[in-house]
Write a protein that binds this ligand. Sequence first.
Ligand SMILES: Cc1cc2nc3c(=O)[nH]c(=O)nc-3n(C[C@H](O)[C@H](O)[C@H](O)COP(=O)(O)O)c2cc1C
Ligand code: SF4
Length: 526
Amino acid sequence: MSVTVYVPRDAAALSVGAQEVAQEIARAAAARNTDIRVVRNGSRGLLWLEPLVEVDTPAGRIAYGPVAPEDVPGLFQTNFLSGGAHGRLLGFTENIPYLKRQERLTFARMGLTDPLSIVEYAAHGGWRGLRNALALSGGEIVETVVQSGLRGRGGAAFPAGIKWRTVLNATGQPKYVVCNADEGDSGTFSDRMIMEGDPFVLIEGMTISALAVGANQGYVYLRSEYPDAERAFEAALATASQADYLGENILGSGHSFHLELRRGAGAYICGEETAMLESLEGKRGMVRFKPPLPAIEGLFGKPTVINNVITFASVPIILDKGAQFYADYGMGRSRGTLPFQLAGNIKHGGLVEKAFGITLRELLYDYGGGSASGRPIRAVQVGGPLGAYLPESQFDTPLDYEAFAAIGGMLGHGGVVAFDDTVDMAHMARYAMEFCAIESCGKCTPCRIGSARGVEVIDRVQRGERREANVELLRDLCDTMLHGSLCALGGMAPYPVLSALNHFPEDFGLSPASRGAGRGMTQVKG
Ligand SMILES: Cc1cc2nc3c(=O)[nH]c(=O)nc-3n(C[C@H](O)[C@H](O)[C@H](O)COP(=O)(O)O)c2cc1C
Ligand code: SF4
């Protein structure tokens, strides 16, 4: 009987040789006249174990990793097709603690299926949410999403259902649904994993959104550096259209929804929703003034739902299992789960989907296993390049939008980047300011000019020139950027700078006694 062997097609796995491993397994099986079926699945998200090869045995799926092409002959010799003992043997995949202790709702199918098989998608719970949605009115779908408590996963954490309600009630026609897949935050990869490893879930979520608000056309704005995601998603679009889940008269319901992929322009600011709309319209990615809100006047001036990949991908399970099922996870006003992404100097980097409320320390040590270097973790940046640097004393903060806001941080898109005690936080502050200067769209003065001057001031502080006076100037400049910038790029770049100054003053040559001398920070990445 043919044995199924899984080798991920995810870009992270490919980058460490998954393609060569898959080829070597197929070649070795053919040479031995052994009948196997190699399925290119999505990644389980245990990235330090990639390429993670799984074998389907009657008792369950057994994992080996990380597997190199040179390991393949040995795997056959030790009879890995029956789960044989080998140095790379990890046991039953589902029992690997990193995976077992997760709460995978949005990523429920990740790594289990062939991402491009619509049959497997349906067999693992796919399309159930859409079928339920087709039996509801737009208003009823919207209320289900409101009740679930789902908030936007792209940065600002705005309630998705409330945004959808605004678009539903807007009078302009036609209406659009746009997915923000620009995923520019440092240390983030959950959008990419969905688009490569379970693309139909995004198609299903966007179609449900279109039904809710009455849109017939949608776009996915994809980060230009994601060629594997582009290929996988284009293939999924074609398959879904052929099977009547997209296009005219979806599943005979009379509803139609057309969905297209657009490659992004390759600038961080194109992830900001109004700059993304400009870019989608074929213009340079420059931030628009708000109001009008995109929900009222968005793409081509028409009412537009804009949500992140993970926001949309979380919708099918809500429509399948109900708002309460989803809302039962989480804490406070942060309902459901967030796929955290562990990166930087961390031993076990990867994707951890957990209900809100887990602490940063649990994530870093229970899952991440501490730093990759084995040295103490000194600082963590959560929420992308505009997130604050958090010191060890804040590691017990629960991962919850409000708890993070209370310490001047933000969860953003769930990226967690760790640094060990060799990091120079003054250097990191400069890096954050320089990032803003490079990526600024140039529309408003506090960001365009402020970030360039900010880099110069930090340089002077680092050189020890009139240090106290220049730090005071830097704080003033940050204050102006925080309160005077048009969008959150200039408005939040001060977060990493000020948090570095406040928590790690000694790295700027300041007295440790000035620790915590910061002012409040209030912006939200919109
Ligand atoms: C500079 C900047 C970059 C952003 N980049 C992204 C991005 O790459 N992906 C994303 O989903 N949201 C990004 N956002 C947030 C979007 O503006 C917007 O809030 C989000 O797409 C809305 O979707 P959500 O409500 O589902 O999070 C960015 C915001 C700013 C200010
Ligand atoms: S804050 Fe920066 S990126 Fe945002 S509008 Fe102003 S210049 Fe553009």
